[in-house]
Ligand binder design. Structure first.
Ligand code: CA
Length: 219
């Protein structure tokens, strides 16, 4: 899932991008309010990790601005450990969660998964579609209880499709989910991943909707 990280501390930002990448997120990262506005205007992110102290303004202002504009993207604030006021203002301003610095990367990614689940209307960390189950916390996939090994991008595509059974996702929407800004997208990348997924999970598992895209079969 593609998320936006807004953090001006370069070491922390790079660490978040790398660490959350290993946890299966596609991460776009920026370091200022101006770049954050541009990023949010051009790309739909599944969630946003927002630092409060930024060089050209406060993350709390961005938060207020986005919520006033009707943005519903889940937002997790990174706050200084002792500033309770920031947390209160942040939650009242429309943030969905916060984490005080320094924090544990595992906790941040678990909180992000929880926010993403809730924003898609689910309470459980397991997705089931017919005989297929996905365990989000362990990032494992099984058919009739038998685990199937998937690459990171295969998992991302399957997760996107299985999160919304019955919905068709276009090739462009799937590309958005699995590639960050810096990455070159090969023209047939999604088709190649779908082909591999079908080889591993069974051909009928993913349906092609001609001229529209792909959807998960309810089997
Ligand atoms: Ca900062």
């Amino acid at each position: 899932m593609r998320i936006l990280v807004i953090e001006d501390d370069e070491i922390l930002r790079d660490g978040l991008a790398a660490g959350l990448g290993l946890e299966g997120f596609e991460v776009d990262s920026v370091s200022s309010c101006a770049d954050a506005r541009a990023a949010a205007a051009t790309q739909d992110h599944a969630a946003i990790v927002l630092d409060i102290g930024l060089p050209d303004g406060s993350g709390l202002e961005l938060l207020t601005e986005w919520r006033r504009g009707g943005a519903k993207t889940p937002i997790l604030l990174l706050t200084a450990r002792n500033l309770i006021r920031d947390r209160i203002d942040g939650l009242d301003g429309g943030a969905d969660d916060y984490l005080g610095k320094p924090f544990d990367l595992g906790e941040l990614s678990a909180r992000l998964r929880a926010l993403l689940r809730r924003s898609s209307g689910r309470a459980e960390s397991e997705i089931s579609v017919g005989s297929l189950t996905i365990d989000e916390a362990c990032r494992t996939v099984a058919i009739d209880g038998e685990e199937v090994a998937l690459s990171r991008r295969e998992y991302a595509i399957l997760h996107a499709l299985a999160s919304r059974p019955g919905h068709v996702l276009s090739r462009g929407q799937l590309e958005d989910r699995i590639y960050g800004w810096q990455e070159e997208v090969e023209s047939n990348a999604v088709e190649v991943h779908i082909h591999k997924l079908r080889a591993k999970l069974g051909r009928e598992r993913i349906e092609t909707v001609r001229g529209e895209g792909y959807r998960i079969a309810r089997q």
